[in-house]
Design a protein around this ligand. Structure first.
Ligand SMILES: NC(=O)c1ccc[n+]([C@@H]2O[C@H](COP(=O)([O-])OP(=O)(O)OC[C@H]3O[C@@H](n4cnc5c(N)ncnc54)[C@H](OP(=O)(O)O)[C@@H]3O)[C@@H](O)[C@H]2O)c1
Length: 325
């Protein structure tokens, strides 16, 4: 039996839809009937041969998947169980979520939490998991709703929109920073109390600017991250996960040594399983974004290329969920 899959042949070619067979998939202990996958920035880079993301060719991409266990040689999982897999080598060095069937190591598999369906888990996906992991790490570093406003950068994107929604659900006063002037109402509908336009941002030139933020979820990096370091409150923490505004960081040590600012690195890929399960549990309970349906746009495998282009132009709003089966 064959099924449709989005496969990338080599590092110079964009991916394309092919017919694949289960015997061709990277082996794994748990065979999963994939219901949904999603589109992340990394998928867009890989699928368009724009960035050096993949470490194995040919490869079915898609760094996220959710579905039902078909069979498992590992006793932790049973047929019929709903599961979610994100990160590790999935869709990077191991056939990923853009196919109706996947086989993965049991150590990568997270049982779908109660109070969450497979569609919702992929509306969250790696981007939403990263947003939630950022918030959990900020909390572990002392952030509480009473501390003051929390800023989210790249706010209409995958990480950003989920961060706005989760923070607002937890009772934080959220300021959304966006490059999309037409999406302020969308950001307010996710719970942003204030919206700042990126074009109008006055970054200042001093090493320390006015203290404003108790916390920051930053998915863009570059000059915006540098500006965040200068505008945090005393003891405030920044969780940085992304680089859409650039990989370089030009700041001074003054925010760190005079204001005790903390800069936290966020990695969703190798996040240890205990923390991973804690974050998914929070995403299904107190942090569960109430607006998941409005954040998500459902597409099929046929719509991947268009979705990749939208992400790479910085034009995405929320998340693309890919109906695979
Ligand atoms: N560390 C990890 O584990 C991890 C996990 C997931 C994602 N990431 C990274 O996080 C970043 C965001 O991922 P995503 O899935 O949220 O992508 P996305 O949906 O494309 O969102 C990125 C957002 O950044 C903003 N943006 C785009 N170009 C910009 C620029 N030049 N300057 C400032 N802001 C810009 C845009 O939002 P506005 O128009 O609203 O400003 C855009 O929608 C990517 O770099 C991705 O690789 C890292």
């Amino acid at each position: 039996m064959t099924f449709r899959a989005f496969r990338i042949a080599d590092d110079k070619s964009p991916g394309r839809l092919v017919d694949a067979a289960i015997e061709e998939l990277t082996p794994g202990d748990v065979v999963i009937d994939v219901a949904y996958s999603s589109v992340n920035y990394k998928d867009a880079l890989a699928g368009t041969a724009t960035g050096k993301i993949l470490r194995k060719f040919p490869l079915i991409s898609g760094i996220d998947l959710a579905g039902t266990v078909r069979s498992s040689s590992d006793g932790r999982f049973r047929a019929g169980q709903p599961v979610v897999v994100t990160g590790y080598d999935l869709g990077v060095a191991h056939d990923g979520g853009y196919a109706a069937v996947a086989q993965v190591p049991a150590d990568w598999v997270v049982p779908l939490p109660a109070n969450m369906d497979v569609f919702e888990s992929m509306a969250i996906g790696t981007a939403g998991f990263t947003a939630a992991l950022s918030i959990v790490e900020l909390e572990h570093n002392g952030l509480k709703p009473g501390n003051g406003p929390v800023i989210v950068t790249g706010a209409t994107g995958g990480v950003g929109s989920l961060a706005v929604s989760c923070l607002s659900k937890l009772g934080y006063k959220v300021t959304a920073l966006t490059g999309k002037d037409g999406e302020h109402a969308f950001l307010r509908s996710l719970g942003a109390a204030d919206v700042i336009s990126r074009a109008g941002l006055q970054m200042g030139t001093r090493p320390l600017e006015k203290s404003t933020w108790a916390g920051a979820v930053d998915a863009v990096g570059g000059d915006i991250l540098a500006w965040l370091t200068k505008t945090m409150n005393y003891g405030g923490a920044i969780a940085n996960s992304g680089l859409t505004a650039g990989t370089e960081l030009h700041t001074t040590v003054l925010p760190f040594i005079l204001r005790g600012v903390k800069l936290l690195g966020i990695d969703s890929v190798m996040c240890p399983m205990a923390r991973r399960i804690e974050v998914w549990r929070r995403l299904a309970t107190d942090m569960k974004p109430p607006q998941l349906r409005s954040i998500a746009t459902e597409i099929t495998l046929n719509g991947l290329s268009t979705a990749f282009d939208t992400l790479l132009k910085g034009g995405a709003r929320g998340r693309f969920v890919v109906k695979v089966n």
